[in-house]
Design a binder for this molecule. Sequence first.
Ligand SMILES: *Cc1c(COP(=O)(O)O)cnc(C)c1O
Length: 417
Amino acid sequence: MAKKAKQRPESLMMSYGYKPELSEGAVKCPIFQTSTFVFKTAEEGKSFFEVAYGKRHLKPKEEVGLIYSRINNPDLEILEDRLCLWDEAEDGAVFESGMAAISTMVLELLKPGDLLLHSEPLYGGTDHFFKQVLLKYGIHSIGFMPNQTKAEIMQRVESTGKADKLAMIFIESPANPTNDLIDMKLCVALAKHYSTTNKKVITAIDNTFLGPVFSHPLKHGFDLVVYSATKYIGGHSDVIAGACVGSKELMRRVKSFRSIMGTMASPNTGWLLMRSLETLKMRMTLQAQNAEKIAKWLSKHPKVEKVYYLGLLKKGHPQYRIYKQQCLSPGAMISFDVKGGERQAFKVLNALKLIKLAVSLGSTESLAEHPYSMTHTPVNDDLKKKMNLTEKMIRLSVGVEYYQDIIDDIEQALSKI
Ligand SMILES: *Cc1c(COP(=O)(O)O)cnc(C)c1O
């Protein structure tokens, strides 16, 4: 359980929650590559299980006993404590993928007949899970667009005839790949509006793009935050992982269900993520600095029609207020339209050398892709049009390389069209 720490998270990522004396004095937390743990006595085993199955609460100063690595493991517990520091969350859970985090959290908290309200567009896997998989279990979902007003969204909810069944509001902000922001305050107000004495509408956000360094949704009243830790948290394109953080009460449910579904991360994944967290702040800070220079340069390039980047929002733009309210930095995701269409975009992508042509994001190396025909293939054409997602768009995840080298690479690629 994360205790309130006075020092900054980046200062604590190397040591927090780990006791060297329990591991032969090792400075670094070892990989506890074990499936099961030895009980000192049968009585101890019995008492650990009582806590694990909620038959009794922890006594003061008592720690949760280690039982079996599907239920708990030191690498995961220490990692979860550290992850909580960034969002100042009461508790957290790590998973073997972002999708495992999202699906486990949603399945635990929703039941047949419930309605789920979500922002559009969604990450492809989440989109499929909400619109196809949940439907099989009698859970309906309805989407809203980034610039819709509270009244318009409420009208969408009412139009389903299931407004009284609204159980969760799930958003992605900034939206992928257009960097449109969703107003967290508005979502919290909507949740309050549809909550009753017997039913609290839960607010959850996929904070993969800006979190956990540049966006802290719990402070804006959100209940749960999920991550694809494959992206910035992992940060090296070498691990698939996910996370969910929030209140003790909700996380107790999510963690119990994780034990049943078996969607927890492995000890090795936990260890890799702990290593990644040590450099999280400096990686994201440098990536954001690079992105700012690159976006400004792109916005002046004659072969670039439009740049989608939070740092270019002007005062007076409807999104500017939301940006100031809930983001600490524009982050390092840039999309841009080249002049032309698919042919020109492909030419640029094929000519990139330093920047790799691949999906995924948030890693040390810069990556570029074509959302229209790659990550956003399943999104229907109508929605794509509404979102400004066209064939001329390229999405760039800015890495930690020297910014001028990234610019030079894009420059030579743009010269091919
Ligand atoms: C990648 C991603 C996911 C899915 O995460 P995995 O780790 O690939 O399962 C979910 N949401 C967003 C925003 C993502 O970028």
